[in-house]
Each structure stands twice: as C-alpha cells, then as structure tokens.
Design a protein around this ligand. Structure first.
Ligand code: GLN
Length: 192
C-alpha cells in the first residue's frame, strides 16, 4: 500500500512543523509551492501565518481556483489559524482574498492585545480530551450555518469546526508534540 501524501501550502507561515507532524504518522508531508503540485496529494493543510499575505500570494500564484477545484473533487482541507480565515466564507471586518469555502464567519485577531498568544487545554469532539492548543493572534469563529459541526470551544467561543471535508481550527496543533488532530485529519483523507 502506498503512503498517503498530504500537502502543506508553503507560501508563508508554519509549514515545516505540519510536515513533521504528518511524517510522524503513517503518511508523507509535502510542501506545496505551485498549484500543479496539488495533484500529487490526497489532502491539504493551509498553515497559520498572516492571512492577508498568504491570500495575496494565493491570488498571485493561482491557488484560489486551484484549491477550490481541489475541494470540488472531494479532497479534505484543514486550515489552521490564518488557514481557517482563508477557508471562511466571510470575515467580520475588512476585505482580503479568501477561498470562501466554509460556512463560517471568522473574526481576525479576535482575542485582542492582552491575549496575543496563550495556551489552553481543550476537549475536542472525535479527537480527545485535554488537547493543548496554542493560540497566536488567533481568530475565532462567529457565525456558522447549521451544516457546520463545532468540534471545540474555549469557554463559549468556537475555536474548531468541521463541515464535510473541511476542517478548521483557530489554534496551532503543530506546535506541540500532540499528533491527535493530524491523525484525525489523516483519517478524513483516508475516508475521502
Ligand atoms: N493574525 C493572523 C491573521 O489574521 C493569524 C495568526 C496566525 O495564523 N497565527 O491572519
């Protein structure tokens, strides 16, 4: 059986850590720098970073259409932090390029200055308990349509969700040694 290949969009942001997590599972992480490389992978992770920068580069390199097509073929996509913003159909403020695939509205930098970055332990549906989540200038999820399943909340703030083959988290799961979310995503890819 051949190894499942998962792409990590490598335009900007926390790429290497995601690849290391994928490689630590029974799969292979591939840095995706060009749209035509998407055909080699069965799933895609859009990392954290700066969503305005990643979005601009996506437009420049032709990734907006390419990733929408990738999604249309039923292949799973996971967006973390800035990646979650890029997956959202809407953001609460401003105008920037988005993939607009997931029925969520994201608020950028939602936790404010006092809480620029912090860690929290979350109970995540279908993933497990006490997942140490690292939030860095993180967004949160405001409005969701009823097709979206909320997988984790911090207090009563929505921070992780799934809609079909789309997965999104406001936090960075690649910055600790916990592989459970990557394993869950790999499961989605294998089922697809
Ligand atoms: N604040 C960033 C943005 O709005 C996201 C931060 C992150 O990905 N860690 O794009």
């Amino acid at each position: 059986m051949s190894t499942t290949k998962i792409g990590v969009l490598a335009l900007q942001g926390a790429v290497r850590e995601h690849i290391q997590h994928i490689d630590a599972l029974e799969a292979s992480g591939i840095a995706i720098k060009w749209p035509n490389e998407l055909k080699e992978v069965a799933g895609l992770i859009i990392p954290g970073g700066e969503s305005t920068t990643i979005g601009k580069l996506m437009v420049e390199y032709g990734f907006i259409e390419a990733i929408r097509d990738f999604h249309a073929t039923g292949k799973p996509i996971y967006g973390t932090c800035a990646g979650m913003i890029l997956l959202a159909k809407k953001i609460t403020e401003g105008d920037q390029p988005l993939l607009s695939l997931m029925d969520i509205e994201a608020r950028r930098n939602a936790f404010g200055r006092q809480r620029e970055s912090f860690e929290a332990e979350l109970d995540i549906k279908d993933v497990g308990h006490r997942f140490k989540a690292v939030f860095i200038r993180a967004p949160w999820i405001e409005n969701v349509s009823k097709n979206v399943k909320i997988m984790a909340e911090f207090g009563n703030i929505k921070v992780m969700a799934r809609q079909g083959n789309l997965l999104a988290s406001a936090f960075h799961p690649e910055l600790t040694g916990d592989l459970r979310i990557h394993k869950y995503f790999l499961g989605m890819v294998k089922e697809a």
